[in-house]
Ligand binder design. Structure first.
Ligand SMILES: Nc1ncnc2c1ncn2[C@@H]1O[C@H](COP(=O)(O)OP(=O)(O)OP(=O)(O)O)[C@@H](O)[C@H]1O
Ligand SMILES: Nc1ncnc2c1ncn2[C@@H]1O[C@H](COP(=O)(O)OP(=O)(O)OP(=O)(O)O)[C@@H](O)[C@H]1O
Ligand SMILES: [Mg+2]
Ligand SMILES: [Mg+2]
Lengths: 227, 227
């Protein structure tokens, strides 16, 4: 469903150029469960933002479900982002003036769901990430790992067919991490596609394939039998 | 050097009360190397902010180097925070409009160091965390793990005798994590005190003592031989 070829990303900083991605080829099929790993600064988040249609590559081809992303207009891209892709940001990217409930509800508002149906679905995912008694807290009234779980709930709420999760367990203790990984496994078992950045080897063991980046290129791409 | 007794912290949220800490007793001596662990939401960051004199407890005693914190004025607390304690925040807490260099330099500006001496010391710690070629980048021009390392460099720059680090490796790959842990070990070997929150068991193995929290109380406090 996703095919990228020759993807590069160059950040221009004054007269300095940062080559974050130096030619990435990757093919991801429906219902794959993929981990992206690599050193800090190797280009993982940059790749995730391009895959999630949140940023454009400097060059290269991006084919999404048979259609060329470069030929889509803003509306089509927004529709893919809202309907098909759930994104868990590395820095959570929550609205600071909104409660956990309102942050999770936002994708359903964009999708035009009625408010009655929305409240059922929002509380369902908030319960699933273990934040039932924190739904009315704002981000600065939550712990780091609780904020991270709000970001995970928001990514799942509209039942997207692709989940892109950038370091989803970075602030979670082992037990809470494991509960999140079980939740993600359930989503995967329903036929959805999971692409996850992680630096934790024991989290990567849930995945069926590991792509390792270094300095903006793919070092290795290996299939594995998950635990 | 640090002794706390009966420390509680209650967050008031409208008519809801969140008991983040429910009576914590802890004694930390000079040159200890302590890990604080526990589930997400168990009160680790709340405890760290109180230990770092960044927040006040709801009740209880806090004795810092023989003096009662509650009897200190704003200036004395600011001096302790600037001279004696280096704090690595879980959410990094960097100034978004300042470069990595300017963020790391800030404690030295507060301490009144001359600009010539400052630039040597700032580049020394920036080199130590592996960000020499990112010193002029702003936080949104850095990767997640690079932002985390700026926060670590800032905490170390004024050579404080106590380092409080809240999840310092949450966004770092194993190799970069290991380099940071070696750096922290060097600081410890110079006689300084390290208090670190972590959820990663292999990071906790560097520590000499592990305090486990659950629901705002200490579950266990065990000494161990570090790796
Ligand atoms: N400003 C606040 N207002 C209300 N509740 C708060 C506030 N800050 C924290 N809390 C609550 O206090 C509890 C403890 O939070 P704390 O940040 O200390 O947890 P933590 O152990 O650091 O968790 P994590 O591992 O997820 O970072 C959490 O349940 C959180 O929701
Ligand atoms: N807006 C930007 N401007 C300039 N350079 C940038 C920008 N964003 C990222 N970079 C640089 O691009 C490189 C790749 O960043 P990226 O965030 O993709 O890394 P990463 O693999 O996700 O790292 P981490 O594991 O630390 O999160 C980094 O060296 C970073 O400094
Ligand atoms: Mg990243
Ligand atoms: Mg915390």
């Amino acid at each position: 469903i996703i095919r990228i070829q020759g993807i590069t990303k160059i950040y221009q900083l004054g007269d300095e150029e940062v080559h974050a991605l130096r030619g990435i080829d990757l093919e991801i099929n429906q219902n794959e469960y993929l981990a992206i790993m690599g050193p800090s600064g190797s280009g993982k988040s940059t790749l995730m933002h391009i895959l999630g249609c949140l940023d454009v590559p400097t060059s290269g081809l991006y084919d999404f479900e048979g259609r060329n992303i470069a030929e889509m207009d803003g509306n089509e891209l927004a529709e893919i982002r809202n309907q098909k892709i759930g994104f868990v940001f590395q820095n959570f990217n929550l609205l600071s003036q909104s409660s956990a409930y309102e942050n999770v509800e936002l994708p359903l508002v964009y999708a035009g769901m009625s408010s009655g149906k929305r409240s059922n679905r929002v509380m369902e995912v908030i319960n699933q990430v273990g934040l039932t008694d924190r739904a009315d807290h704002k981000p600065n009234q939550l712990s780091g790992g609780q904020r991270q779980r709000v970001a995970i709930a928001r990514a799942m709420v509209n039942k997207p067919s692709i989940i892109l999760a950038d370091e989803p367990t970075g602030n979670l203790d082992s037990k809470t991490s494991y509960e999140i990984m079980k939740l993600i496994k359930d989503i995967h078992d329903l036929g959805n596609t999971i692409i996850m950045v992680t630096h934790e080897e024991d989290i990567a063991r849930f995945c069926h394939r590991i792509v390792r980046l270094r300095d903006g290129v793919i070092l290795s791409d290996t299939k594995q039998v998950p635990e």
